[in-house]
Structures are given as C-alpha cells and as structure tokens.
Design a protein around this ligand. Structure first.
Ligand SMILES: NC(=O)c1ccc[n+]([C@@H]2O[C@H](COP(=O)([O-])OP(=O)(O)OC[C@H]3O[C@@H](n4cnc5c(N)ncnc54)[C@H](OP(=O)(O)O)[C@@H]3O)[C@@H](O)[C@H]2O)c1
Length: 285
C-alpha cells in the first residue's frame, strides 16, 4: 500500500512521514511531496520517494498522487488561496485514481465562528462532493503555537491577550501527526469519519502563565485586555493592522470557547494521552 504526504516540507507533514517510518511503514511505500524538494533530501536518503508538488499546479499533484492508495492533504499555508489550491489537490487525487484522501481541517469547521474555518469548511464541502473515499481530521490548536509566550515572558514577565477565561485544548503537532499516520496506514475503518482532534485537557491563559512560571522559575502573570486594548498594544509594538486583527480575532474565538472542546478522539486514535502544553514548552524553552 502506498501513501503520499503533501506539505512534507512543513512541520506537520514532516512529522507524519517520521511517524509512518517509526511505525515501521516501509520507506519505499511513502512519497513525501512539497514545493522545495531540497528540504526533503534526508528523507530521500532514507528511501522515501520525494516528488515536487505545488497546489497551484494540478499536473504536478496528479503525477505525485499517481497510484497512491492514500493521500494526506495537509491544508496549505497561504490564507485566501487555499480553497482553489485544495480543490486542485482533490481533483488531482480523483484523476490519479487515489484510493482514500485524508484532509487536515479545523475544529468544528462546518459550524464555528473560528476566523480560519471558512476555507476548511469549503474544502470539506468540495471533498464531500468529490465522491472520493475520505477522512477529515479537524486538527485543534498546536501546542507549538504558544512558543512565543516564552519570549514574551522572558522579556516582560507577563503574557498579554484578550482570551479571558477561554480555554484551549491544544495538542502537540507530533500527536496530530501520529493520528494522521494511524488513519493513512489503515484507511478503511476511518472512511467517512470526521474526527475532532484536540488535546486531552483545555487550559486558560492564566493557567498557561502558571506553566511558564514553573518553567522559567519566576512569576509570570497573565494580563487580560479588552480586544481593543489588545489590538492597540500589538499595533503599538509594530504589528501591521491585519496581523494584529488576526491575533485578536483568534483570542476572541478562544474567549468564545471555539477551541476548547476535548473530545478524547485524538487519544483514542494514538492510544496514549496527548502531550500537555507545558511539556511542549519545556522542550522548546
Ligand atoms: N492547528 C493549528 O494550530 C495550525 C497552526 C498553523 C497552521 N495550521 C494549518 O496546518 C497546516 C500544517 O501546519 P504546519 O505547522 O505544518 O505548517 P507549515 O510548517 O507552515 O507547513 C505548511 C506546508 O504547506 C505547504 N504548502 C503551502 N503552500 C503550498 C503550495 N502552494 N503547494 C504545495 N505545498 C504548499 C508548505 O510547503 P512549502 O515548504 O513549499 O512552503 C508546507 O510544507 C498549515 O499549512 C495550516 O493550514 C494549523
């Protein structure tokens, strides 16, 4: 059985390939794809097939997907362009006769106010209409998204935000990658499934400040601001208006509980507890 991983030049896709290899999946049955294949040279040396594939170039996708039993479509990183890019990948998978397609989506993509959800919702709809056998992995927030709080804490002794008491059920990228590997290696039982994948526990920003305090050995507080104050602080620190609005939008979503659900599905798929955010931060510190 052959598996193709898109976005293998990025963090998640790379970890999926690593996870497949760790699970004993034969390197010869794995194809790692991306735009800059030089980033995949070490995988090629380990026997993984490496192919150039660009979401903007359907022919490159079709060629990379040819003969695959399963393809992992890791959602792209170019916001605003992703629906057409993902459509290209889904169409290419159909044309190449792919057996099963796995897509990395966002929490409750079909009925959330999460600002990043619309492109995922549209992709899920394209996938549903495609007739392809598929699985949707609605990946929750990565623990690694909070790496920058370490720098904030070291510099200012405080974390700021406007997420209030909102909780985040984050998981390590490695956990989510392992779940993808589980589905890719044996897709049949997961056909048609929509999995909400999140960490086992959901934490508040105040709790996050507590974890960081322990890690750095000094007291770090969380200062909760109004969304307006938060945006003003971010633009005052040099962030452009679009980025500041995006960051505040995500905190608004967090305050509203859009990232807080703990379904337990990720743990069930990977057969172990998820990695606490404090543990990921410890590794990153
Ligand atoms: N759940 C979360 O917390 C969270 C956070 C951030 C992002 N995400 C989503 O999850 C995805 C994977 O996360 P990540 O951390 O692995 O992101 P990442 O490290 O930025 O990787 C993104 C991958 O998408 C590839 N890509 C982007 N545009 C492409 C195109 N036109 N054609 C082919 N490949 C393209 C990139 O290839 P290149 O190396 O060629 O750029 C890269 O391999 C992201 O792309 C984003 O959709 C989720």
């Amino acid at each position: 059985m052959s598996v193709v991983v898109t976005g293998a030049t990025g963090h998640l896709g790379r970890l999926v390939v690593e996870s497949l290899l760790e699970r004993g999946y034969p390197a010869a049955d794995i194809t790692a794809t991306g735009r800059s294949t030089d980033k995949l040279a070490d995988l090629a040396e380990r026997g993984v097939t490496v192919r150039h594939a660009d979401f903007e170039d359907r022919a490159s996708l079709r060629e990379a997907f040819e003969g695959a039993d399963a393809v992992l479509l890791v959602s792209g990183s170019e916001l605003g362009k992703r629906v057409e890019q993902h459509r290209n990948a889904i169409e290419a998978a159909k044309e190449a006769g792919v057996g099963h397609l796995v897509y990395t989506s966002a929490p409750r993509a079909s009925d959330t106010t999460l600002i990043l959800a619309p492109e995922h919702k549209a992709t899920e709809e394209i996938l549903a209409a495609s007739g392809l056998s598929h699985t949707i992995l609605r990946n929750g927030w990565y623990n690694e998204n909070f790496e920058q709080v370490l720098e904030q804490a070291r510099e200012h002794g405080a974390l700021i935000g406007s997420a209030g008491e909102g909780r985040t059920a984050s998981a390590a990228r490695r956990d989510l990658a392992e779940a993808a590997a589980v589905v890719l290696t044996d897709p049949a039982p997961h056909a048609g499934a929509v999995y909400e994948l999140s960490g086992d526990t959901a934490w508040t920003r105040e709790e996050l400040a507590g974890y960081v305090s322990e890690l750095l050995g000094r007291e770090i507080v969380y200062r909760d601001l109004s969304h307006e104050e938060h945006e003003a602080v971010l633009t005052g620190a040099g962030l452009d208006a679009g980025t500041a609005g995006f960051v505040v939008g995500l905190d608004r979503n967090t305050r509203d509980g859009e990232l807080s659900a703990t379904s337990g599905t990720l743990t069930k798929l990977i057969g172990r507890p998820t990695t606490p955010v404090a543990e990921t931060l410890r590794l990153l510190a």
